[in-house]
Design a protein around this ligand. Structure first.
Ligand code: GTP
Ligand code: MG
Length: 192
């Protein structure tokens, strides 16, 4: 199901996990890698392909949600609440949303728009984890350097870091870890 109004999303009767990040960070590709589909979520070279809140029901157990990108690198000046109000409403009010995966390009320095988005999530008490994408594009040295740098910059603002995942949609690294995290979180939810 696809729409822009959180009240019109599917009944909130299963745990839900959303995927968000800047346009082109690799959200749709990661969703396809996680679900073993070639084209469940539409991918493209052009930023802004995903425009709606897209729900996918997985194994009749949980919802996976592909969200639109919250900004382009080019317009990062206007960022703060740049991402559309329907997205903020969804993230803030969707009652079964257990965790949001914030996707970050592992090749880049921390981007203002991403840092501000995570701060907004923190201020509003919305749980999230960090997912670094496109790790296949870096060698081990550059990868370690980038991740250390990212942690350092985050720790200037945050007291502690949320869980982090390191992924590639090309070689599927990190996908098992994400699915295990979802399973474990679902178990906690089921017990309540
Ligand atoms: P929007 O829907 O436009 O916001 O983009 P998106 O975040 O869904 O990105 P998408 O999955 O469409 O990927 C954007 C581009 O990056 C495509 O050309 C993908 O093939 C490429 N890409 C995505 N993930 C990876 C990855 O892990 N490794 C490599 N090498 N390329 C990737
Ligand atoms: Mg997309």
């Amino acid at each position: 199901m696809s729409n822009t109004d959180y009240t019109k999303c599917p009944e909130p009767n299963m745990p839900e996990y959303a995927f968000i990040g800047r346009s082109n960070v690799g959200k749709s590709s990661l969703i396809n890698a996680l679900t073993n589909h070639k084209s469940l979520a539409k991918t493209s070279g052009k930023p802004g392909k995903t425009q709606l809140i897209n729900h996918f029901k997985i194994n009749n157990e949980w919802y996976l949600v592909d969200l639109p990108g919250y900004g382009y690198a080019r317009v990062s000046k206007t960022v703060r609440a740049e991402f559309q109000s329907f997205l903020r409403d969804y993230l803030d009010k969707r009652e079964n949303l257990l965790c949001t995966f914030v996707l970050l390009d592992s090749r880049l320095d921390p981007q203002k728009v991403d840092m501000e988005f995570m701060e907004w999530m923190g201020e509003n008490g919305i749980p999230f984890v960090m997912v670094f994408t496109k790790t296949d594009k870096l060698n081990q040295t550059k990868f370690s350097k980038n991740m250390k740098h990212y942690e350092k910059v985050m720790l200037e603002i945050w007291e502690e870091l949320p869980p982090r995942f390191y992924t590639s949609s090309v070689n599927k690294s990190g996908t098992e870890e994400i699915l295990t995290f979802v399973e474990q979180t679902n178990e906690v939810y089921d017990k309540k």
